[in-house]
Design a protein around this ligand. Structure first.
Ligand SMILES: NC(=O)c1ccc[n+]([C@@H]2O[C@H](COP(=O)([O-])OP(=O)(O)OC[C@H]3O[C@@H](n4cnc5c(N)ncnc54)[C@H](O)[C@@H]3O)[C@@H](O)[C@H]2O)c1
Length: 335
């Protein structure tokens, strides 16, 4: 059993990983300022510290007294479009918060650090599926901020021996199969929850960005990885970090689904049509992004168990149908 600090653990991905740690008997302290996250997403059994990561002294205090076996770092600004309007804020905040957090971890004697990184590091990839050898060439300030954070962590390892894993997620999706958690962002920018919201008349009709890509149905193809599989990847990587040193993995299901395939899956899961309009491509959106997960599988034994699109969409839709107002339904007040 270990004790872990989970930054951003009241948010979508972080809350699912915190849940997986609790489920196997680890102790969890969540640090989140609730700007996007929800108090109700923090499970009983986890301690919640409400604080901004930019408050370095508070972060140092939490780490210094915490006897942590590792830090899992999810808290970040993560909207690609916003990052292109405010690149300096994105880079300063994501890089600064990650590296000061790593600094506090080093001072507190913590030896393991897991960073939520992203496929946005690769920009427009040169080959599909995308493996760890792909050129790092972000085309957004968001992607650049994660690349710089990864590089900073290399120095923390080289000089201070802080072992880190950078997990480059593709599209995290789905919800806890046990129905305890789901995805609830405001604004919501992800395709699957937006398609579900459109089907349930909880949001506007979906816009399909681009119908003339060189793909079988003309719409863009992405790799959706179930958030419970993502959680399993975190646990496997975390448990191997001390013995094998810093590492980087691409984390995706290894298969792609087009926007129209996602719409069809949402229609199956909800039993309702997804109202949608066809729009032009968005600048900078590559036609296909699919991960090679071969290295993760080989080195950790990970296999995506809920990789099928119907599992991903089915769990996401089940949670939203049960909680139409998201986490607000769980507390009865704005969460
Ligand atoms: N969701 C995806 O598909 C995806 C894909 C690739 C990478 N990622 C990365 O995974 C991580 C989690 O993504 P998510 O979708 O769960 O996002 P999210 O917004 O749901 O969760 C982030 C959490 O961090 C908190 N937070 C943000 N800034 C903070 C700060 N300065 N201090 C304290 N708390 C702060 C927010 O309140 C929120 O609860 C992010 O780092 C993101 O870049 C996500």
């Amino acid at each position: 059993m270990g004790r872990y600090l989970v930054t951003g653990g009241a948010g979508y991905v972080g809350s699912h990983i915190a849940l997986a740690l609790l489920d196997r008997g680890d102790e969890v302290v969540v640090l989140d300022d609730l700007r996007q996250g929800h108090r109700a997403a923090v499970q009983p059994g986890a301690e919640l510290v409400v604080a901004d990561l930019a408050d370095r002294h508070r972060v140092q205090e939490v780490l210094a007294g915490g006897r942590f076996d590792g830090v899992l770092h999810f808290a970040a600004l993560s909207l690609v479009g916003e990052s292109m309007r405010e690149p300096l804020r994105y880079i300063a905040e994501n890089v600064g918060n990650t590296l000061w957090l790593a600094d506090a971890a080093v001072r507190a004697g913590v030896k393991r650090f897991v960073l939520s990184s992203t496929a946005a590091l690769f920009g427009v990839p040169t080959r599909i599926p995308i493996d760890e050898e792909e050129t790092l060439a972000p085309v957004s300030a968001y992607g650049e901020s994660k690349l710089m954070a990864e590089r900073g962590l290399d120095w923390a390892d080289r000089i201070h021996g802080l072992r880190s894993a950078s997990l480059r997620y593709f599209n995290a999706a789905g919800a806890d199969p046990g129905g305890r958690l789901g995805e609830d962002h405001d604004p919501e920018t992800h395709l699957i929850p937006n398609a579900i919201n459109a089907a349930l008349a909880l949001g506007p009709p979906l816009t399909v960005f681009g119908t003339d890509y060189d793909t079988p149905d003309g719409t863009a193809i992405r790799d959706y990885v179930h958030v419970a599989d993502l959680a399993d990847a975190h646990l496997r990587v975390l448990d191997r970090l001390s013995e094998r040193g810093s590492c980087r993995y691409n984390v995706g299901s290894g298969t792609g689904a087009s926007v129209l395939e996602v719409i069809a899956a949402v229609e199956r899961a909800t039993g309702r049509p997804v109202p949608h309009v066809l729009g032009p491509r968005r600048a900078g959106d590559p036609p296909v992004l699919v991960a090679s997960n071969a290295m993760l599988r080989k080195e950790t034994g990970w296999v995506p168990r809920l990789g099928a699109l119907d599992d991903i969409v089915g769990t996401a839709a089940a949670w939203r149908m049960k909680h139409p107002r998201g986490f607000r339904d769980l507390v009865g007040v704005a969460a």
